[in-house]
Ligand binder design. Structure first.
Ligand code: DQA
Length: 142
């Protein structure tokens, strides 16, 4: 059976491509997914997004129950606030890689803390949409 990877985006990332393009770029999530699917034809890559913390928790638990191969997670601003998401990830057996489009360490101080970082396999930050590609490569070749 083909390996199944999930890209899970948190709040406001549904507006990628038109949200603060100088920070997050001009490519939409849909375009990014088309490029990834084209470049990695031998794996299934699914995209999910929610603006709601509880929905993100439900989805993480659901993907774990479905035994997906890995989850690439951009929790958006919840990265810096959500103990609930950190607890959810800690309870999974599925490996999770945290990604960010922007280099959060180079931004406001409130973005320097990640509740997610200590409970994931690793973090990739600052490479725009390529952060997602690098995370996928880490799963496939790591
Ligand atoms: C982000 C960084 C967060 O600080 C911010 O709240 C986002 C996007 C990123 O991908 O760079 O929504 O996760």
């Amino acid at each position: 059976m083909q390996q199944r990877y999930i890209i899970l985006d948190g709040p406001n990332l549904n507006r990628l491509g038109r949200r603060e393009p100088s920070i997050y770029g001009v490519v939409s999530s849909q375009e990014m997914m088309e490029r990834l699917q084209h470049d990695f034809p031998n794996v299934t890559i699914e995209y999910h997004q929610s603006n709601h913390e509880g929905v993100l928790i439900d989805l993480l638990q659901q993907f774990d129950d479905e035994k997906v191969s890995g989850i690439i997670f951009n929790a958006g601003a919840y990265t810096h606030t959500s103990l609930a998401l950190a607890d959810a990830i800690r309870s999974l057996s599925t490996p999770v890689i945290e990604v960010h489009l922007s280099n959060t360490a180079a931004r406001e101080e409130c973005r320097h803390t990640s509740y997610i970082a200590p409970v994931v396999r690793g973090t990739i930050t600052g490479f725009g949409i390529h952060s997602y590609r690098l995370a996928l490569l880490a799963f496939l070749e790591g």
